[in-house]
Design a binder for this molecule. Structure first.
Ligand code: PMV
Length: 312
């Protein structure tokens, strides 16, 4: 049996804007594990992740396509039979990079089962190919976080060269709360929606993209200085930009407002939007607990974790 794992992630700055070469900041969170065994025939998937209702069913076709893409990128016979188990601590909620985490986990497990020596750099490229099934035109931020973990600065190369990936450091890890709207979102449709609106209305969108770039730069400065008040303000500002490009939702806005009212330093949607998850910056266990309980009391799934954890 081959085994592998990949990290989930929260995007602190720059989702959607990263697709167009703007910088983004991402922190790895929990991980997805995979186990793979050769089978007589077919790709047989047993998905035991905790998920939002309907997640596995809605993602099934994209999941199959992603594995086909992965096998092609790995130059493995597409007719190979594989039993694939997926589990781990990362929930299958939209927005947390669950698809990229599973792609990295499965690619590593296939490599081990077939005795292929594949360095992480290549695993990252394979997962990028697999991500196309879920995101259409992915930036690469999710698979990069899923492969390497940590807190990182990411900038997609818009030419043929490599993406810019730099590890960032905070003085100490900081508590966050993740709230899930429970709605399964289609990242590909969200990315396509932004592309269409951007093309139709460049006068509105171009300045917003410039602002997103400045925000990421300021966010990096605040993170590295551990200026958490500033960091929170900038996250709020990022949420406003995401609202303006049309990817927030009623539930996301409601959870973001709730978290801020409970004292979160900042809150924003995270990932593809249109459902999925939001994050709140809640330094200290007490504040984290307060925001977590408030979201939970309305019947939403929550997760308390930290950003900037080493060795994530
Ligand atoms: O919703 P998720 O976890 O798949 O995150 C998508 C992040 C985007 O920026 C919207 C797309 C991308 O490839 O960067």
């Amino acid at each position: 049996m081959g085994k592998g794992s990949g990290y989930g992630k929260v995007i602190l700055f720059g989702e959607h804007f990263v697709v167009y070469g703007m910088p983004g900041i991402v922190s790895a969170i929990d991980s997805t594990d995979a186990e793979v065994t050769k089978a007589v025939k077919g790709i047989n998937i047993k998905d035991e992740r905790k998920t939002a209702k309907g997640y596995s069913e809605k993602k099934r076709l994209q999941q199959i396509e992603s594995i086909e893409r992965m096998l092609k990128a790995m130059e493995v016979d597409p007719k190979i039979g594989l039993d694939i188990w997926i589990g781990g601590s990362l929930p299958g909620f939209s927005g947390l990079g669950a698809s990229a985490a599973s792609s990295v986990a499965i690619a590593k497990a296939i490599a081990q089962e077939l005795s292929l020596q594949i360095p992480d750099e290549r695993i990252n490229q394979i997962a990028y190919e697999a991500e196309k099934a879920y995101a259409g035109n992915p930036s690469g931020i999710d698979n990069t976080a899923a492969t390497y973990g940590g807190l990182m600065w990411f900038k997609k190369s818009m030419a043929s060269g490599p993406d810019t990936v730099e590890k960032l450091h905070m003085r100490k890890p900081v508590e966050i709360v993740i709230g899930s709207t429970g709605k399964v979102a289609n990242t590909k449709a969200m990315v396509e929606g932004v592309a269409e609106r951007k093309k139709k209305n460049p006068q509105k969108y171009d300045p917003l993209f410039k602002q997103a770039e400045s925000l990421a730069v300021a966010g990096r400065r605040a993170l590295e200085a551990s200026d958490l008040k500033k960091l929170g303000d900038l996250m709020n500002e990022n949420h406003r930009l995401l609202q303006e490009i049309g990817i927030s939702s009623k539930e996301l806005d409601m959870l973001v407002d709730l978290a801020r009212k409970q004292g979160a330093f900042g809150a924003k949607l995270t990932g593809g939007g249109g459902g999925g998850c939001m994050i709140a910056l809640t330094p200290g266990k007490d504040l984290q607990g307060k925001v977590l309980s408030a979201i939970k009391s309305l019947g939403f799934e929550v997760l308390g974790t930290k950003i900037g954890v080493n060795p994530y």
